[in-house]
Ligand binder design. Structure first.
Ligand SMILES: N[C@@H](CCC(=O)N[C@@H](CS)C(=O)NCC(=O)O)C(=O)O
Length: 214
């Protein structure tokens, strides 16, 4: 049995869960052994990050590596195309989620949990960074209606929840996310999928509770 070590607030955890459910991969979600950011957890998962999977003695962190590993274990239905250049393009799009979109959204977390000296200025810097990131995303994608064509691919899985999370956090800070037309149509197609729609709704409830606590 695959154990998925996860926390409900982890956007990377939701990405892996969407992927696993779309593939019908069986797994059991378990809480972080020893607790999040503890020395105990790092004995189990040295990177200290969630999500991670455990299959017997085999432990793997990093959502992208986990999905690539599972894609090789469970090739059907394929969630990466067979053409090498198409595969490479989709991997680059999947990485843009982690290295640019989520990375930009992450910069606003301190605005929720710490006293920031010049709050209005910090929000404005964040707002500009998000506009730039969303503009890059709009130029990068050509959804048909998904990133790899008619079926949801591995590269699609991270985006719907993260975009909605960014939108919610920006609204809580008094600014708005600007979505391009291609991004809007792609998001609508993703959210129309029952698995994706369910996870996005569930995640936004968890996020609202988190924002409320801050
Ligand atoms: N690239 C990693 C990022 C995972 C990540 O940053 N997870 C956050 C929670 S959403 C985390 O575990 N942070 C704890 C830490 O870095 O100490 C992935 O794709 O799994």
């Amino acid at each position: 049995m695959i154990e998925l070590i996860n926390r409900p607030i982890s956007i990377y955890g939701v990405k892996v869960r969407i992927y696993m459910d779309l593939k019908s991969v069986e797994y059991k979600q378990i809480p972080v052994p020893g607790g999040f950011r503890t020395a105990e957890y790092r004995k189990h998962v040295p990177s200290g990050t969630v999500p991670a999977i455990r299959i017997g003695d085999f432990v793997l962190h990093d959502s992208g590596a986990i999905m690539e590993y599972l894609e090789e274990c469970f090739p059907d239905p394929p969630m990466l195309p067979s053409d090498l250049q198409d595969r490479a393009k989709l991997r680059a799009l999947a990485n843009f989620h982690d290295t640019k979109l989520e990375a930009t959204i992450r910069t606003c977390f301190p605005l929720f949990s710490q006293q920031v000296e010049s709050r209005a200025e910090a929000v404005s810097v964040f707002d500009d960074a998000m506009a730039d990131t969303m503009d890059r995303l709009e130029s990068l994608i050509d959804p048909q209606p998904f990133l790899g064509g008619a079926a949801i691919s591995l590269a699609d899985c991270g985006y719907p929840t993260t975009i909605r999370m960014g939108e919610r956090m920006m609204a809580a800070l008094g600014v708005s996310m600007i979505l391009g037309d291609k991004t809007k149509a792609w998001l609508a197609a993703l959210e129309a999928n029952a698995v994706v729609g369910k996870y996005v709704k569930e995640y936004l409830r968890t996020l609202d509770e988190w924002i409320e606590e801050k």
